[in-house]
Ligand binder design. Structure first.
Ligand SMILES: [Zn+2]
Length: 343
């Protein structure tokens, strides 16, 4: 016997079904990554930058055109994107139009990275990807990450198209995340469809804890023209995440004339688009998925049981429900998974 209840989380609805039956949660999955598969890159020669701002590498064509940027290391322990930028910087860059910036973002957090404790050092004092709010940037608030945001702002404020490279804690399909502005969906779609196995394109409204770089008003204002999206390249510290970061960054640069054109491969998979509708927050310390879902898994039928949270059952609210970045060991009060409707 069960009855449905609907809880509110940050203005978004989550469907829960209270059960009277005895349900034993499955054992917790093991934490991932006993040891990083790909070692952290040596960024010694890139830390200084070439334009007076640490970690910023800038290239001018001296011809009209957009300012294109690729950013990595927003989170200090997500170094797949840093591998990609270091490899791109290792060959001479000469944009044919406009300007190019390649930026290593949170250098302090990366400098602290310790492979013996790889899950730490996402940031030094606070999550740099929740600070991209003009009022906050102009305020007296201060931290290592806030100071870095302010240092980079003169560059970011002139970028026309930006790709931000990240990776994930748990196994997942590759994702391209965009804010809700249609121009960003088009950008992500073009980037995804340039790949034989396109990343899943996921639209969302950001995080209640604060705006990401891709949510910064320059990129998300409905009346603006600048565009941005965020690549989640796969699981942290895997060789495949590095390869995916490099592939996506190179396709992005080629699409904008920053490097020579690349051959467009025949697609082996179709493009999947989804829109985040619900954020499931763990209400108890006993939250557990019924199996080790992978990010990007699509659950075909509405009402399918996916997790137990205390005495609550968490079921999918609609057919073809995508699980976006499930956290297989969420702490109480933290996001366990976001649910997205496949479009
Ligand atoms: Zn990240």
């Amino acid at each position: 016997m069960s009855c449905a209840s609907k809880r509110q989380h940050s203005g978004k609805s989550t469907y829960r079904f209270r059960t009277l039956s005895e349900v034993l949660p499955p054992p917790l999955p093991a934490l991932p990554h006993a040891a990083p598969e790909a070692p952290p890159p040596d960024l010694t020669q890139w830390v200084q930058g070439n334009c007076g701002i640490r970690g910023v590498h800038h290239f001018e064509s001296h011809k009209p055109g957009p300012h294109i940027a690729v950013t990595a290391l927003m989170h200090g322990n997500e170094y797949a994107g840093a591998h990609a930028l270091a490899q791109i910087l290792a060959t001479p860059l000469q944009p044919t139009l406009g300007r190019l910036s390649l930026i290593f973002l949170n250098l302090e957090a990366y400098a602290a990275f310790d492979p013996r404790r790889p899950s730490q050092f996402r940031f030094v004092e606070e999550d740099m990807n929740r600070l991209w709010m003009p009022e906050l940037i102009r305020s007296a608030h201060s931290s290592v990450e806030m100071r870095r945001v302010r240092e980079l702002l003169p560059v970011i404020d002139t970028v026309d198209v930006l790709l931000d490279l990240h990776s994930m804690t748990w196994p997942s399909a590759t994702l391209l995340l965009t804010s809700m502005a249609e121009r960003n969906l088009l950008m992500a779609n073009t980037l995804a469809c340039g790949q034989a196995k396109p990343p899943q394109v996921v639209l969302d409204q950001g995080h209640p804890a604060g705006p990401r770089l891709i949510d910064y008003e320059r990129f998300s204002d409905p009346t603006g023209t600048a565009r941005a999206c965020l690549l989640e390249a796969g699981q942290h510290w895997t060789r495949s995440a590095t390869e995916q970061s490099l592939l996506t960054a190179r396709i992005f640069l080629a699409q904008h004339g920053m490097i020579p054109p690349l051959p467009v491969p025949a697609p082996t998979h179709s493009c999947v688009h989804a829109m985040v509708t619900d954020c499931v927050v763990a209400q108890t310390a006993g939250f557990a998925f019924i199996r080790s879902f992978m990010g990007g898994d699509i659950i075909e039928h509405a009402g399918t049981l996916i997790a137990i949270d205390g005495m609550d059952e968490i079921r999918t609210p609609y057919n073809n429900c995508m699980l976006v970045i499930p956290n297989l060991r969420p702490r109480r009060g933290h996001t366990a998974v976001r649910l997205a409707r496949v479009l």
